[in-house]
Every structure is written in structure tokens, then in C-alpha cells.
Design a protein around this ligand. Structure first.
Ligand code: ATR
Length: 270
């Protein structure tokens, strides 16, 4: 049996086991993907132990994504740019870390027919934002970052060597000329305080694509406001699916598809 799993703390909410086990069934793989509830202080020994025990690899989720960077023996360039690791492969006694969040984000947009080019406005400068910003820069976008705490946006820009930071309250006025608006803040998540997105979107052009990396709820208040204005919207569930594909390929040997059945499976679990 080929083994993989997801290390998180807590990890019970993770939809990854459901998705990977479904793909194992679809491809007839003799595999199992399990939730691995891992205390932060035990992350590194747990990771090494999984490699020693014959696991093919693991996904890493909150709060371990930065610790995973330090624990890996090798990092891909993408993981270095993202400043985080979410996908690990054990290979010849080595722990190799990659970050597939940025590619998953972009692949999801592409799958929805959205062209990744021009000027992108990214809201947020936390851990989740950096992989997205790096991927957009690497695909030739001009990226503007608006974050409530300006210093975090500036720190990200200096780490990535590219991009522009703007004051949080200025972002709505920058929408004219943008082709993409990404919410990478926690605003819009179930139970979080929110903002007046309708008012904020008033200045957007008609061809703006609006996307959110939050997927609980699937249609966030931002996406609802954008849809009502007739803008193109892409929700965050597809990013979750697309970021998982590279790991499945590496551990189980098949390229799984982000098809309707996978979307339905996950949507039913939200
Ligand atoms: P993650 O690693 O998941 O991105 P995080 O590092 O806590 O989590 O970042 C959350 C993001 O949401 C940050 O960009 C945060 O802004 P700050 O850097 O100023 O904290 C943003 N955020 C959270 N609550 C917010 C709010 N009420 N208004 C605006 N931005 C908010």
C-alpha cells in the first residue's frame, strides 16, 4: 500500500484525505491518505518518522507550512519563493519540499478560462498570499499588494524582489486598470467580520476577474458582490483541488483531474 497523508494541527477539518482517497479509487491505486494530527513541537521528528516508516510523502497544512521549510533537506525554487512548503516527497532518504499553492491558484484560473496577465491586485500579505503573489509575478503579471498592515506587504515585496505595496484603504481606487482581484485575507470566512464589498467594487472595470482563496463559504461576500455587478468570479474550491494534483502525481503515479465529480465531492463536504 502506498501511503501519504496531511500533517496539521488541528487536521480534522482537512478535505485532503477525502479527495486523495477518492482519486485512489478512481485510478485503482492501492493507496491510503490519512490525517496526521501533529503538535507543532513534534513536527520535525514526526516528519522524519513518516519518511522512515515508508510513507511516499505528505501534505503540510496550518500551522506547519513554515516549519516544513526548515525541516526539509531540499526545497524547490517554488517553495523558496513562496516561503512555505505544502507538499513533501520522501526520496532516497531525502525530504524534498515543494509549494503547489501558487500553481494550484493559477491552474484553477486557467481551468476557468481566465487569462493570467496584466495588472493584479492582491489583498493580504500573510502566509497564504505569498505563494499567490509569487506565482502571479512568475507568470509576468504586474502585482499590487494591499494589506491592512503595510509593513507586511513591504516585507513580502522585498522578499520577492518585485511588486508594489499600497495603503489598505486605497485599494478600491486602484481597480480601474486591473484584470484580476484576489482576496488572500481571512475576510469573508465563516464567522469573520467583513467589509462593504459592494461599495469597494464600484470602480472596477467590466472585465475584472474576482477570485477568493477562501472557500468556506464557497461564495464569499466578495464573490457575491462581484457576481451581482456582473464581473467574472472564480471561487477558491478549485485552488484546493488543483494544489493537490502534484502531490498525488508524485506519490501515487497518476495525474488526477479536477473534474465535476471531484468538485461535487468537496462541495458536498462544505
Ligand atoms: P494566512 O497565513 O492564512 O494568510 P495570516 O498570516 O493571519 O494568515 O494573514 C491573514 C491576512 O488577512 C493578513 O493579510 C491580515 O492582515 P494583517 O497582515 O494586517 O493582519 C488579513 N486580515 C485579517 N483580518 C483582517 C481585517 N479585519 N481587515 C483587513 N485585513 C485583515
Amino acid at each position: 500500500t502506498k501511503l501519504a497523508g496531511v500533517m496539521g494541527w488541528p487536521v480534522e477539518h482537512s478535505r485532503s484525505p477525502m479527495m486523495h482517497n477518492y482519486w485512489c479509487k478512481v485510478h485503482g491505486v492501492n493507496g491510503a491518505y490519512v490525517p496526521l494530527s501533529t503538535k507543532p513541537e513534534l513536527f520535525e521528528p514526526a516528519l522524519r518518522g513518516l519518511g522512515a516508516a515508508g510513507f511516499r510523502g505528505v501534505n503540510v497544512t496550518i500551522p506547519h507550512k513554515e516549519a516544513a521549510m526548515r525541516a526539509c533537506d531540499q526545497l524547490t525554487d517554488t517553495a523558496k519563493r513562496a516561503g512555505a512548503v505544502n507538499t513533501i516527497v520522501f526520496e532516497n532518504g531525502q525530504i524534498i519540499g515543494d509549494c503547489t499553492d501558487g500553481t494550484g491558484f493559477c491552474d484553477n484560473l486557467t481551468a476557468h478560462g481566465v487569462q493570467i496577465s496584466g495588472r493584479a491586485l492582491v489583498l493580504g500579505a500573510g502566509g497564504a498570499a505569498r505563494a499567490v503573489v509569487a506565482a502571479l509575478l512568475d507568470r509576468g503579471c504586474e502585482v499590487i499588494i494591499a494589506n491592512r498592515t503595510m509593513e507586511r506587504a513591504e516585507a513580502m515585496i522585498s522578499a520577492l524582489g518585485e511588486g508594489e505595496a499600497v495603503e489598505w484603504f486605497d485599494w478600491p481606487s486602484l481597480l480601474p486598470g486591473c484584470s484580476l482581484l484576489v482576496n488572500a485575507t481571512s475576510l469573508g470566512m465563516h464567522g469573520r467580520q467583513d467589509m462593504d464589498w459592494d461599495a469597494a467594487l464600484i470602480q472596477s472595470g467590466p472585465n475584472l476577474c474576482v477570485t477568493d482563496i477562501v472557500y468556506t463559504p464557497r461564495e464569499t461576500p466578495l464573490l457575491l458582490a462581484a457576481r451581482r455587478r456582473g464581473l467574472i468570479t472564480v471561487d477558491g474550491l478549485g485552488m484546493l483541488i488543483h494544489q493537490a494534483r502534484a502531490g498525488f502525481r508524485a506519490w501515487f503515479g497518476y495525474d488526477p483531474q479536477a473534474d465535476d465529480a471531484t468538485f461535487e465531492l468537496l462541495a458536498d463536504s462544505l
